[in-house]
Design a protein around this ligand. Structure first.
Ligand code: GAR
Length: 210
């Protein structure tokens, strides 16, 4: 049974997808904590409804990013997760905090990395005239959205798309992508570890494709 800690800031649909996979018996996991910078978020509510311990702290109550990260990541360490999943965690994580996770933290990002790290990925894909967009799951390294890609899903851009319609089409596939990747880690088909944290460019040799 994989011990999973989740970091989330937003509506929490990716968290829900993971919980539903566990409830269907597809994912052998124990959710050992939900960690957030947004105490009022949907993700926090969902975790409480499922009896998952919540640690939520607003960055503005801390003197610096480093102190906020220290608060959250010391509590993450305390629950001894095998895997830490950033599921819509919308803050940069300081290098010291990333290093504490020793390559066991993954992130879902709504673009075909290495395209469009950062924010507003859907609008940027549209502005570039891309025919395809998608989502990636990657290992978190100190550089933003730059760690090795574990899995990707491709989604067509359709005529008449705007950032919202495209985001919705991608989101529907993100859920399966994240669930499949976490299942592969839980089953031992995909291995993470400290050796990957210094790894900067591009993909592992055979990323999962959905
Ligand atoms: C998802 O689309 C996720 O890929 C994105 O935030 C959304 C969270 O949705 N993450 C990022 O942009 C990370 N930089 P959710 O709260 O419903 O899971």
């Amino acid at each position: 049974t994989l011990r999973i800690a989740v970091l989330a800031s937003g509506r929490g649909s990716n968290l829900r997808a993971l919980l539903e996979a566990r409830d269907r018996g597809e994912l052998d996991a124990q959710f050992v904590g939900l960690f957030s910078d947004k105490p009022e978020s949907g993700a926090v509510r969902t975790a409480r409804e499922h009896g998952i311990p919540v640690v939520a702290a607003k960055p503005r109550d801390f003197a610096s990013r480093a102190e906020h990260d220290e608060f959250l990541f010391s509590r993450i360490e305390a629950v001894q997760p095998d895997l830490i999943v950033c599921a819509g965690y919308m803050r940069l994580i300081s290098e010291a905090a990333v290093r504490r996770t020793t390559g066991r933290m993954i992130n879902i990002h709504p673009s075909l990395l290495p395209n469009y790290p950062g924010l507003d990925t859907h609008a940027r894909a549209l502005a570039a005239g891309d025919g395809e967009h998608g989502a990636s799951v990657h290992v978190v390294i100190p550089e933003l959205d730059a760690g090795p890609v574990l899995a990707q899903v491709r989604v067509p851009v359709l005529a008449g798309d705007n950032a919202d319609t495209l985001a919705q089409r991608v989101l529907a596939r993100e859920h399966a992508l994240l669930v499949e990747t976490v299942k592969a880690i839980a089953d031992g088909r995909l291995r993470l570890g400290a050796d990957v944290i210094g790894y900067r460019d591009a993909a592992l040799s055979a990323p999962l494709r959905l």
